[in-house]
Every structure is written in C-alpha cells, then in structure tokens.
Design a protein around this ligand. Structure first.
Ligand SMILES: CC(C)(COP(=O)(O)OP(=O)(O)OC[C@H]1O[C@@H](n2cnc3c(N)ncnc32)[C@H](O)[C@@H]1OP(=O)(O)O)[C@@H](O)C(=O)NCCC(=O)NCCS
Length: 166
C-alpha cells in the first residue's frame, strides 16, 4: 500500500535515487545532485506552507520508504499533475495508485474542475498510468501527448435515496 506525504530535508538522498539519469530521460532535465535535492525539498516545504496552497509536491512511500514523487500544480481553476518513481520499483502499480490519491485530493477535496497531464510520446508507460487512472487523451500539443480528467457528474439526489430506475 502506498502513502503520500510531505517532503522533508531528510529526503535528499532518496530524491537523488529517484531522479536518476534513467528516470529523468523523458523529463527534459538531468539527474539530481545533492545541492539540487536540498533546494527541491526546501521549495516543496515552502509551497506546503503557502496559503492559499497552489503546489503539492508529495512523496510516494511504501512501508515508510520514499520511492517517488507526485506533484499537483494549480493555476487558478487549471491544474496539472506529474510523477516520477525510482527505476527499480517501476511496474508495480505505484504511480497509478499515487495518481488516484492525488485525483481524490484535486477533484475531490479541492473541488478542481479539471486536471491535465502530459508525457513524451516515447514514454508510453506514463500514458498507461494516466488512462488507467481515468484520464482521457486530449491530443498531441507541442510534441507531448496530453490528457485531461474532470470530476464525475453529481449523482441525482433521487438516486441516492432510491437507487437508479432499472
Ligand atoms: C512512468 C512511471 C511513473 C510509471 O510508474 P509505474 O509505477 O511503473 O507505473 P504503473 O506500474 O502504475 O503502471 C505502468 C503501466 O505502464 C505499462 N507499461 C510499461 N512500459 C510500457 C511500454 N513501453 N508501453 C506501454 N505500456 C507500458 C505497464 O504495463 C503498466 O500498465 P498495466 O498495469 O496495464 O500493465 C515510471 O516509469 C517513471 O517514473 N518514469 C520516469 C519519470 C516519468 O516518465 N514520469 C512521467 C512524466 S510525464
């Protein structure tokens, strides 16, 4: 079972393992060094303390071990998510579970009208994570495959009381 939690300065070593050369291949950046990892945790903690909060940089943990990061960024009503897992734990469903938890935060708790995401066309595993989580493909934009998800329409009150007519 995965958990999401805020980052702390103790996470710098784990972050460098997560942001390796292999896992950053399609992210338009290189691997993370120690100084950057320190700046990264400081920025994440500052974002967590800001009111209103517009940026969530959350650690993905399994049995208290930090294995990945998932981000939710709000810009007015628009919001995007992105995620990264340590390469040796790919293919275990952790990214999909993390995305589902962040959707509960964004579409549920925060009441956002829509969340968008994108991935490099040569990175189909990321697209699979998104479609498994309920995202709909929204076309290629600026060389990236884009996706969106909106909250399900509210259930009519009469259904809640009596259930839908058959
Ligand atoms: C993309 C990434 C987050 C996926 O994490 P993960 O925990 O392995 O994802 P999950 O296990 O939840 O799901 C992966 C799915 O992709 C599928 N997949 C893996 N490689 C694939 C490929 N080459 N083509 C198509 N699907 C692929 C898996 O089979 C799985 O789908 P399934 O459950 O239907 O079998 C991870 O590979 C990663 O961190 N990559 C580097 C960072 C990155 O690319 N982030 C996304 C930026 S947009």
């Amino acid at each position: 079972m995965i958990e999401l939690r805020e980052l702390t300065p103790e996470d710098t070593g784990a972050l460098q393992q997560i942001y390796s050369s292999e896992s950053t291949r399609f992210l338009g950046r290189g691997p993370m060094n120690e100084a950057e990892a320190l700046r990264y945790t400081s920025a994440a903690m500052a974002a967590a303390a800001r009111t209103p909060r517009t940026r969530y940089v959350l650690g993905i943990t399994v049995r208290a071990e930090l294995l990945g990061v998932i981000k939710l960024d709000r810009d007015g009503p628009a919001a995007t998510i992105s995620y990264i897992l340590r390469v040796d734990v790919w293919g275990r469903g952790y990214a999909t579970k993390g995305v589902r938890k962040v959707l509960a935060l964004g579409l549920g708790h925060l009441g956002l009208p829509e969340i968008r995401a994108k991935h490099h066309p040569d990175n189909p595993a990321s697209g699979r994570v998104l479609t498994k989580s309920g995202f709909t493909p929204a076309g290629r934009v600026d060389g990236f495959e884009t996706y969106l998800i909106q909250p399900p329409p509210p259930v009519p009150a009469v259904w809640l009381e009596a259930g839908p007519e058959q």
